[in-house]
Design a protein around this ligand. Structure first.
Ligand SMILES: Nc1nc2c(c(=O)[nH]1)N[C@H]1C(S)=C(S)[C@@H](COP(=O)(O)O)O[C@H]1N2
Ligand SMILES: [Mo]
Length: 529
């Protein structure tokens, strides 16, 4: 009498069958651009789980990255999400294996039941993927067929393992793997998978966003408008202009939605006299282009974090377009909807009062990259990124006010950027000799959205607040670089920075977390001379 495989072995079998299935799906995604189902499932969870849980997760990831001192928070966070997505799928696969083995063990089912269960699981996953995936470049139908086939195979494989294990297990091994062996194996496999997952997601990212090296960029051929500014930044201060490649990326998608220009039109409809559908070339050619140097920050950026960047945006003033569509008198809002289902609303009154609010189609003179919102995104001065949809598909003109995607999930409804200032560097390697005095250059950035910066102050240890020198900014929508040359005093020191915005309002010095209204608090840096 042979012992039948038990639940523990089912767990291992489910795990292995899922690893195998994901490898196949990954390979096809890489070769054909089909959907990768763990990311779709993850994105679905990110949309349907309660907002508190999601932001808790985001905060957790961001603070782990900060604590580990990893560079480039946003791409590290995406990698972490990718690994998590794969783990969730493997966990579900292991659980499914466990349940199936227990079921088969209890009641001898038709051997074809594995295949049938696989087909059902595959069909559900194919539907989820079809509903949510915007990043695959293959046809939806091909992705769905592939997912269904791979999971049919997954179910078949599980049953095959069950049948194969049965004659292999003498009754004295009835317990199967003991607990320790089991844990070691699953733990080892999980560790291997973490690395593989990290590697895989990096490859996925690289293959999907092969940012071209050829320099047709504006910044490659021009100097910044403030190139002649008298004040030079201290060596080690962040670059004043952020390359598209280095700009942080934050959005609700495992992989950014891919929108085809040939299939895209901006639809403007609702309570207006002239509904419009505009192609990208019509947007470019029928309207005067507007170029603006803009600092964009994520509301999840901790004080001194790297979820902030400065680029040259090109687009069309939204007011010009509203002039053409002619909103009805009772219309009050524009509801903007994106390819990924993200949405936000903005008051028409604000758009009409501020020509800087624009629909942008280029960064650094090149079309927006997939990751940064191709073909169209909006810019709204003085607001955090959460109010500014990328991948815009549709603008509804309406009298109804709808809260935006992140507002519904508990984030600040206005999301006005908080004034912030940061010490980037204490340039102990670039001391300045001035007569018999040695100066230590200290440099950094201050930013207060469209309000600008009127003053930055520095304090070393328990000294008095001293005024730093400000560099003329690239524009009045960008951050301001500052420097302060501090007279050398040997020893260990801490430098603090604070700023006052262009309206004379001091930054909030109380340390406060990102949620719900953006971080505040004083940045400081320790140094040793
Ligand atoms: N469609 C869409 N637009 C979006 C988001 C998103 O998830 N989906 N995220 C917003 C957030 S939270 C930020 S901070 C900015 C980031 O823009 P970036 O990735 O180009 O830096 O995009 C905003 N626009
Ligand atoms: Mo954000």
């Amino acid at each position: 009498m042979h012992e039948k495989p038990n639940a523990q072995q089912g767990t291992v079998a489910g795990f292995l069958a899922t690893v195998f299935s994901l490898l196949i799906l990954f390979l096809f995604q890489w070769l054909l651009g089909t959907a990768f189902v763990p990311f779709d499932l993850f994105d679905l969870l990110a949309r349907i789980l309660p907002g508190g849980l999601i932001t808790f997760g985001i905060d957790l990831i961001v603070s782990i990255i900060a604590a580990l001192n990893l560079e480039d928070t946003s791409s590290t966070a995406k990698t972490a999400e990718h690994v998590l997505a794969i783990f969730i799928m493997l966990g579900l696969g292991a659980l499914a294996g466990r349940l199936l083995f227990s079921w088969w063990r209890r009641s001898d089912r038709d051997p074809r039941s594995g295949l049938i269960i696989g087909v059902i699981v595959g069909a559900v996953l194919a539907l989820i993927s079809a509903g949510i995936n915007q990043s695959s470049t293959a046809s939806r139908f091909v992705s769905m067929a592939l997912i269904a086939a791979v999971f049919a195979g997954w179910g078949g494989l599980l049953r095959w393992m069950y049948d194969r294990l049965t004659p292999l297990l003498p009754s004295e091994m009835a317990g199967g793997l003991n607990r320790r062996q089991f844990l070691i194996r699953v733990g080892g496999a999980a560790a291997a998978l973490t690395f593989a997952g990290g590697g895989l997601s990096t490859i996925v990212r690289r293959t999907l966003s092969p940012e071209s090296e050829n320099d047709l960029t504006w910044s490659g051929a021009n100097t910044l408008p403030n190139a002649d500014a008298a004040l030079q930044p201290v060596p080690g201060t962040r670059p004043e202009f952020t390359s598209v490649r280095d700009h942080y990326r934050i959005d609700i998608n495992s992989l950014p939605p891919v929108v085809r220009e040939s299939e895209w039109k901006l639809k403007i409809h609702g309570q207006i006299a002239n509904p419009l559908e505009l192609t990208l070339s019509e947007l470019r050619e029928n309207y005067e282009p507007l170029h603006q140097f803009i600092t964009l920050s994520c509301i999840s950026n901790p004080v001194a974090g790297d979820l902030i960047g400065t680029q040259r945006w090109t687009g069309v003033s939204l007011k010009r377009i509203l002039d053409d569509v002619k909103p009805d008198a009772e219309a009050l809002y524009l509801k903007i909807t994106s390819a990924d289902g993200f949405d936000e609303s903005i008051a028409i009154e604000r758009v009409m009062a501020d020509e800087r609010i624009m629909l942008a189609y280029a960064w650094d003179d090149l079309p927006l990259t997939t990751a940064h919102g191709f073909p169209l995104r909006i810019f709204i001065p003085d607001r955090y990124g959460m109010k500014q949809p990328k991948w815009i598909m549709d603008i509804e003109v309406t009298e109804r006010y709808d809260e935006g995607f992140w507002v519904r999930r508990g984030w600040d409804e206005v999301a006005r950027v908080n004034a912030t200032s940061v010490v980037d560097t204490v340039a102990t390697g670039s001391l300045i000799q001035q007569g018999d005095q040695t100066l230590v250059p200290i440099g950094g950035m201050a930013y207060a959205g469209a309000r600008g910066i009127s003053k930055v102050e520095i304090r070393v240890d328990n000294g008095d607040w001293q005024e730093a020198q400000l560099r003329q900014p690239i524009s009045d929508l960008t951050w301001v670089l500052w420097r302060y040359d501090w007279p050398f005093v040997a020893g260990q020191h801490t430098v603090y920075v604070r700023c006052i915005d262009g309206k004379g309002v001091a930054q909030i010095e109380t340390a406060r977390g990102e949620r719900p209204s953006g971080s505040t608090g004083i940045d400081s840096r320790w140094f040793n001379l």
